[in-house]
Design a protein around this ligand. Structure first.
Ligand SMILES: [Zn+2]
Ligand SMILES: [Zn+2]
Length: 292
């Protein structure tokens, strides 16, 4: 796969002419890192996806929040212990990223009668069956929910023949479930001093990426981007926490947020959370947009 030309990238971003001139600067190609050539273990070397331009996205008629379905719901499937990513911070990040109201529901009590589980033979840890959880969530979709996302610190599996899965979603049913279990360095027996920070960052990333899919955004092949596919943890750690101009345009088209206000909110969150590289990058974008 050859690297897309600037012209192909601009075509993928789509028309910005209805946007004020200074807002268009948020979509300038030179502010984004090009997609690196994938290594043999990386996502694109193993899943050669075609990409999804802005025009293709619009033609797929993805869901749009409206006056009825306007809120993102997070559904914890277990108590998040002090060692997990704080739900309050995940909520704040999701609110900033999507510029939409987010509600965290009380822990959903589930038992073996409704959600199958097993002990994974290689890790010895309990895993929950994703299909059962999705079924349970679909029955409980709140009337105002744009989508309902189950979050858990338990490991997941999609089918008895699989070892594990990070998450699974049904766009049609507006439900998804994601596990943060494998984002914890200690899952791999690694001990780092920045464990809490790393886990929060990874959890924010997966929440935004997967919620992006709930808006109909496919994997990105154009730039280094939050919506890049990921085959392993190191690859996913390389992805930025922000959207490339193609995918920013898609999200803007669905939600219609104020681009400046969204970035300002995200920058403040990133600064407070200690995501200094991201806070700095966003700050640069805001300063460029403020120039006359
Ligand atoms: Zn994905
Ligand atoms: Zn992208």
């Amino acid at each position: 796969m050859s690297r897309p030309s600037d012209r192909e990238l601009r075509d993928a971003i789509g028309p910005l002419d209805r946007m004020p001139v200074n807002m268009r600067r948020f979509f300038d190609l030179d502010q984004f890192d090009p997609m690196p050539t994938p290594g043999p273990q990386d996502w694109l070397a193993n899943h050669p996806e075609p990409g999804q331009s802005f025009a293709e996205f619009v033609r797929s008629h993805p869901n749009r929040p409206d006056t009825r379905r306007h809120t993102l719901y997070l559904q914890p499937l277990d108590e998040f212990p002090a060692t997990g990513p704080p739900l309050r911070e995940l909520k704040e990040f999701t609110e900033a990223f999507f510029s939409m109201p987010v509600r965290v529901l009380p822990v959903l009590e589930h038992n073996a009668a409704r959600v199958s589980s097993r002990t994974n033979p290689s890790t010895g840890l309990r895993q929950l069956l994703t299909g059962d959880i999705l079924g349970l969530l679909a029955q409980r979709l709140p009337a105002e929910a744009f989508c309902l996302l189950g979050v858990t610190l338990q490991d997941l599996y999609p089918d008895p023949s699989w070892n594990f899965v990070f998450g699974q979603a049904s766009l049609r049913e507006r439900v998804g479930v994601y596990s943060f279990a494998r984002y914890d360095p200690s899952f791999y027996g690694e001990h780092t001093t920045d464990r809490a920070h790393l886990m929060l960052r990874r959890s924010c990333k997966v929440l935004a990426h997967e919620t992006g899919h709930m808006f109909g955004i496919a994997h990105c092949i154009y730039f280094r981007c939050l919506m890049n596919g990921s085959n392993h943890m190191a690859e996913s750690d390389e992805h930025p926490l922000h959207l490339c101009p193609v995918d920013l345009h898609k999200l803007y088209d669905r939600i219609g947020f104020d681009l400046m206000a969204r970035y300002a909110h995200l920058r403040d969150f990133c600064r407070d959370a200690g995501f200094n590289d991201e806070a700095h990058w966003i700050d640069m974008q805001l300063k460029r947009a403020e120039l006359r």
